[in-house]
Design a protein. Structure first.
Length: 339
C-alpha cells in the first residue's frame, strides 16, 4: 500500500506494490492502520508500559509498530484522554518536505470528511515536526489476506460472503463520488475488515478531488497538485492512469478498480501480472484484461465474468456508467436474477 520504489531483484517483480512516484504515504503490505492486532493491541491498556508519548499533554501512548513503509509508519497507540485504542499514522523523517506534508494533510482532510460506515474514521490531525493523524484501530485482516486464506474456486457460501463485502465497498465509493472524490487506488490491501467483519476503504492518499473549489463537497487547505504522475498500484491500475493528463481520471477509474477487486475474488490474482515493471506498464497501457475464467477454468460464473469485463473495459465509455449501476448488477447476481 505504501507507494515505494520497485527494486529489481532476482525474485519475481511484485506487481501489487504501488507505482512510483509516490503521492501519499501508504503503509506496509497490510494496507495501513488496521492490520491484524498485534499482541500488544490485545493486552490490557495498563501493560506493557508505553515506549513513547506524543500529542498535547502527551495524550497518546505509542505502544507498538503495526506497519512501516517508505514514507510513513503506523503504530498501535492508546488515547489517554478518551481511554481507547487507536492507530496513528506518521510521516517518516525523510518525507517531511512541504509537498509531502501538503499531501499528507489533504489525505487526512479528505478521509475525515467522507463520513460513511465503510470508510475508515479519522479522529485527529496534528502538524509539527512529525505530522501524524489518528484513526480507528480496526484490528482485522485486509481483503488480500482473506482472499489468500481461501481456495479458488470459492464455494457458494464464501463467494456470497465476499460479494457482500464488495457491495459495501461499492456503497463507500458511491458515497465518495457523490462528494466529488475518486479514490484512484482500489485494491484488496486497501479494504480492511474490523473484528466483526465489516469492511472499510482505506488510504485516500491518492484521491482526486474532481470538483472545482467553488462547488466541491470536500475541502482541503493543502490541495494536492492536479498533475497526473502515473500514481497507483500497477497490478490494479486502469489504462487511463498510464496516460498523460490528470483529466483522464474520473469515477470510471474507480469502476475499473472495483472490477479488479471482483477479478481477484474470482481468480485469486490481480488482472495485471508481470515479471518486470516495464512489462507491467505495457500491460496497463494496453488495457487488455484476460477473462477471469482464463485463470480459473470452469470455476467462474459467466454472469460475474461478464460484469468483470464490462467494469474493466479498456475505454471508460465502455464501462458501467456509475458505481450504482455496477452495484446493482452484482446485487442482481446475488439474487439469482441475472439471465
Amino acid at each position: 500500500m505504501l507507494p515505494g520504489q520497485v527494486v529489481m531483484t532476482p525474485k519475481r517483480f511484485d506487481s501489487t506494490r504501488p507505482e512510483p512516484p509516490p503521492t501519499s504515504p501508504q503503509d506496509g503490505p497490510n494496507g495501513g492502520a488496521p492490520l491484524p492486532a498485534s499482541p500488544a493491541a490485545t493486552e490490557k491498556t495498563t501493560s506493557p508500559p508505553p515506549r513513547e508519548k506524543i500529542g498535547g499533554a502527551r495524550r497518546y501512548d505509542v505502544r507498538s509498530l503495526l506497519a512501516r513503509g517508505g514514507m510513513s509508519t503506523v503504530h498501535f497507540a492508546f488515547d489517554r484522554v478518551l481511554q481507547r485504542e487507536v492507530a496513528i499514522k506518521r510521516l517518516t523523517a525523510d518525507y517531511c518536505s512541504p509537498v509531502d506534508v501538503a499531501r499528507f494533510v489533504a489525505e487526512a482532510q479528505i478521509t475525515a470528511q467522507l463520513d460513511h460506515p465503510n470508510i475508515i474514521p479519522l479522529y485527529d490531525l496534528v502538524l509539527g515536526d512529525e505530522p501524524y493523524f489518528v484513526m480507528k484501530l480496526l484490528g482485522g485482516k485486509n481483503l488480500a489476506e482473506h482472499l489468500a486464506m481461501g481456495p479458488v474456486p470459492r464455494d457458494t457460501a464464501a463467494l456470497d460472503r465476499l460479494l457482500g463485502i464488495l457491495l459495501k465497498v461499492c456503497g463507500a465509493i458511491e458515497f465518495a463520488h457523490g462528494r466529488g472524490i475518486v479514490h484512484r487506488d482500489l485494491k484488496p490491501k486497501n479494504v480492511v475488515l474490523d473484528r466483526e467483519g465489516s469492511p472499510y476503504v482505506m488510504d485516500w492518499g491518492l484521491a482526486r478531488i474532481l470538483q472545482s473549489p467553488d462547488t466541491a463537497n470536500v475541502s482541503v487547505t493543502h490541495a494536492p497538485d492536479e498533475r497526473d504522475d502515473g500514481s497507483g498500484t500497477a497490478a490494479y491500475m486502469a489504462p487511463e492512469q498510464s496516460r498523460p493528463g490528470w483529466r483522464a481520471i474520473g469515477p470510471w477509474t474507480d469502476i475499473f478498480g472495483i472490477g479488479t477487486l471482483l477479478y481477484e475474488i474470482l481468480t485469486g490474482r490481480p488482472p495485471h501480472v508481470a515479471d518486470t515493471l516495464e512489462e507491467l506498464r505495457r500491460l496497463v497501457a494496453r488495457g487488455e484484461v484476460a477473462p477471469p475464467e482464463t485463470h480459473a477454468p470452469g470455476a467462474v460464473p459467466s454472469e460475474l465474468s461478464k460484469i468483470v469485463l464490462i467494469a474493466t473495459a479498456r475505454e471508460p465509455q465502455h464501462r458501467y456508467g456509475s458505481v450504482e449501476e455496477l452495484r446493482q448488477e452484482i446485487e442482481q447476481y446475488r439474487r439469482g436474477a441475472i439471465g
